[in-house]
Ligand binder design. Structure first.
Ligand code: NAP
Ligand code: MG
Length: 493
């Protein structure tokens, strides 16, 4: 395999599990391959693990949590180490961005301007929380006639299994790893088969930062083997998962068997609601970014664009013009704005829904299925005059396909916006401040942006309602998700 050179340096072409502070090969020597979405050549190979590697990684995480140096550190000491990790991620930011970009065929500038700054912010913000995980004192009348003092402590939940997707891999891994470290937990990361590179790099940087061996472990391989083994492992206390609703449901069901704690960040079919009183240029730019950024492979992609009827045709045509002008090609080449989708299965999925949209009678204003030759390319696609019962309005496509649905008034907009099984993000475009608050209140979602799409930040909680998941990442909620509250009552007289 030839060396993989990015602008920021050499990327690894051979990867191994990272368990208890060292790189290890699978016990049976099995290896998997990373395929370049641009030309379908082999980019790199990685250890394809099994149950033995999961056992070794969980055992390292368990023993470091139960008896290791990590469990003896104060919150302040943990925070200092996490801040060192942030420094190292900052040092290697461009290299890490390139790792993710190459693995999924993304324009390198995107992770450089969004994922890495957000990841670094998340690590630093989490470091700051490490010594501020405070309990409460709770006044009670006492117990059985005796005066008492009751107080709570939030203790780390234990060994966490972090199972992550491929779409914005490093950032999502940091949303899990940084707060769980702040809380005092240890972790076994199972990255997506498509994107093991940046998670392995994070584990190595954790070691370089002085975080003890066994705290951050990575096992690479398939979800059906490693993911399942982690979910069923008796020494894992909590699973934090980001991925598809189908796998999330499977995980929740399996975890229920021994009452493991579970946080789920799942899919979405997020509405962008454009009123005719909105700043049309801003709304257009926000809607285009919301569905075409990262080839639409974003959990909060604004894939349902609800436009007030009097401006719907004009708005849809302008969005189609933006889509038609996006330069699709090899993301490593100058001037290219959009690369391929991440894998062949994703290409097939997107093309399937494009055919569904055409068959259902939505009008195809831009893009559409393109002939498959080499590389998993999709054209930015806009459907107009769609209705909310169509598959392209209900199913998460996870590709650059916008579905424009006209609405009449606020009530109609709310009904359509809430008319899916999902509830992750939502955006309201309006210049009427009262309407903005009314809509934000009525839309069922974990996060609503007014005149902005998906405003993520390390301090803001992120997560979904309905089938978009349960639990929150980021912010203080994201740290507390890795703790268990204990109440202690002491007789004081
Ligand atoms: P996926 O197929 O569900 O995979 C996610 C992770 O789960 C991967 O690491 C996968 O491993 C693993 N996995 C697969 N089967 C498993 C099993 N039986 N047990 C345990 N783990 C298993 O999702 P994806 O295709 O990578 O990502 C796309 C989905 O993620 C979309 O639905 C998107 O909306 C969602 N997402 C949500 C958010 C959010 O914040 N809410 C953010 C990003 C993405 P393999 O790679 O080895 O199959
Ligand atoms: Mg998968």
């Amino acid at each position: 395999m030839t060396k993989l050179q990015s602008e920021a340096g050499l990327l690894p072409t051979e990867m191994f599990h990272f368990i208890n502070g060292i790189e290890v090969e699978s016990s049976d020597g099995a290896r998997g391959e990373l395929i370049n979405p641009v030309d379908e050549t082999v980019l790199a190979s990685y250890s394809f693990g099994g149950v033995a590697e999961v056992d070794a990684a969980v055992s390292a995480a368990r023993s470091e949590f139960d008896n290791g140096v990590w469990s003896s550190l104060s919150g302040y000491q943990r925070g200092c180490l996490i801040n060192k990790l942030a420094d190292l991620v900052e040092r290697d930011a461009d290299l890490i961005a390139d790792m993710d970009a190459v693995c999924i065929g993304r324009v390198p500038m995107e992770p450089r301007i969004l994922d890495l700054p957000n990841a670094i912010q998340t690590i630093r913000t989490s470091a700051g929380w490490a010594d501020k995980i405070e309990g409460r004192t709770i006044p009670t009348p006492g117990y059985l006639g005796r005066a008492t003092l009751s107080y709570t402590v939030n203790e780390p939940v234990g060994v966490v299994a972090a199972i992550t997707p491929w779409n914005t891999p490093f950032m999502i891994t940091c949303w899990k790893v940084a707060p769980l470290l702040a809380a005092g937990c240890t972790v076994v990361i199972k990255p997506s088969e498509e994107t093991p590179m940046s998670a392995l790099h994070l584990a190595k940087l954790a070691k370089e930062a002085g975080i003890p061996d066994g705290v951050v472990n990575v096992v690479t391989g398939s979800g059906s083997v490693i993911g399942n083994a982690l979910v069923r492992h008796p020494s894992v206390d909590k699973i934090t998962f980001t991925g598809s609703p189908a796998v999330g449901q499977h995980i929740q069901t399996e975890a229920a068997k021994d009452f493991k704690r579970v946080s789920l960040e799942l899919g979405g079919k997020s509405p962008q609601v454009v009123f005719s009183d909105a700043d049309q240029d801003e709304a257009l730019a926000g809607c285009a970014m919301g569905i075409f950024f990262n080839q639409g492979q974003i959990c909060a992609a604004g894939s349902r664009i609800l436009v007030q009827r009097d401006i719907a045709d004009e708005f849809a045509q302008k969005l189609a013009d933006v889509a038609s002008n996006i330069v699709v090609g090899n993301p490593q080449e100058e001037g290219v704005q959009m690369g391929p989708v991440c894998k062949k299965a994703q290409l097939d999925r997107v093309n399937y829904y494009i055919r569904e949209g055409v068959a259902a009678g939505a009008s195809l204003l831009a893009g559409g299925e393109c002939p498959y030759e080499k590389g998993w390319f999709v054209r930015p696609t806009v459907f107009a005059a769609a209705t909310n019962d169509m598959a392209i309005a209900q199913q998460e496509i996870f590709g650059p396909v916008a579905t424009v649905i006209p609405f009449d008034d606020e009530q109609d907009a709310v009904e359509i916006a809430n008319g899916t099984v999902y509830g992750l993000g939502a955006t309201v475009w309006t210049s009427d401040v009262k309407r903005a608050h009314r809509m934000a209140k009525k839309i069922k979602a974990g996060a609503v942006g007014v005149n902005c799409w998906a405003p993520i930040d390390a301090r803001l909680p992120w997560g979904g309602v309905k089938q978009s998941g349960s639990g929150r990442e980021c912010g203080l909620s994201g740290v507390m998700a890795y703790t268990e509250e204990k109440v202690i009552t002491v007789v004081t007289d």
